[in-house]
Design a protein around this ligand. Structure first.
Ligand code: 5GP
Length: 209
């Protein structure tokens, strides 16, 4: 038996750690996940699509969303705004879906403060060298941006211990199965099953001497 409300999962990790690939595979392989699509002011990369990869906004539009409190959290990352639209996340959790947010560290901390039941997962490649090679190899950013993202990785590494779980993205299928396992275990977390716990505690009282 599982808790009925969905689990909110935050997936963070260095740029180039493979978070996007892990999530895509998780959604293909298992049911019951909903992926939150963020709003951003950065330009689309080749192959990215409005409403699939991100909702692309101007700075003015993004600041309007902040003003209207339509974002659960937001942060600036390498000169652009990124934020999580609130309504989708809340409604999917109520439906019982496990909702995944792929966001950076500052946003992750805002979410954990607001919703302490959130599970924080940090994805990392097996080594720094692999990280750099992946960022260069995907050919989507110029060298200046890559260096900024690598510098940001060294800052984000300082916050890794604030996460609940670490996922080492070496072999994709294993990494995806580990993530699924973490989330399934969270459904059995004692605190997430308070109503069942109080029901069974009441029921067994009849056996008391
Ligand atoms: P990218 O430009 O590579 O798509 O994303 C850059 C960083 O922004 C990544 O670390 C990604 O996880 C993070 N990010 C994406 N969406 C959001 C969001 O809605 N909120 C926050 N705080 N970070 C986000």
């Amino acid at each position: 038996m599982r808790s009925k409300k969905g689990v909110l999962v935050v997936l963070s990790g260095f740029s180039g750690a493979g978070k996007g690939t892990v999530m895509k595979r998780l959604l293909e392989k298992y049911d019951n996940y909903a992926l939150s699509i963020s709003a951003t002011t950065r330009s689309p990369r080749p192959g990215e699509q409005e409403g699939v990869s991100y909702f692309y906004k101007s700075v003015e539009e993004f600041e309007q969303m902040i003003k209207e409190k339509r974002l659960l959290e937001y942060a600036k990352y390498v000169n652009n705004y990124y934020g999580t639209p609130k309504e989708y996340v809340i409604s999917k959790l109520e439906e019982g879906k496990d909702v995944i947010l792929e966001i950076e560290l500052q946003g992750a901390m805002q979410i954990k403060d607001m919703l302490p039941d959130t599970v924080l997962v940090f994805v990392t490649p097996p080594s720094a060298e692999i990280l750099k090679n992946r960022l260069i190899g995907r050919n989507t950013e110029d060298m200046e941006t890559i260096n900024k993202r690598l510098a940001r990785a060294s800052e984000e590494a300082e916050g890794m211990e604030r996460y609940d779980y670490i996922l080492i993205n070496d072999e994709l299928e294993e990494c995806v199965d580990d993530l699924h396992g973490i989330i399934q275990a969270e459904h059995l977390n004692m605190k997430k099953n308070e109503s069942f716990v109080s029901k069974i505690k009441d029921e067994v009282k009849v056996f008391a001497n």
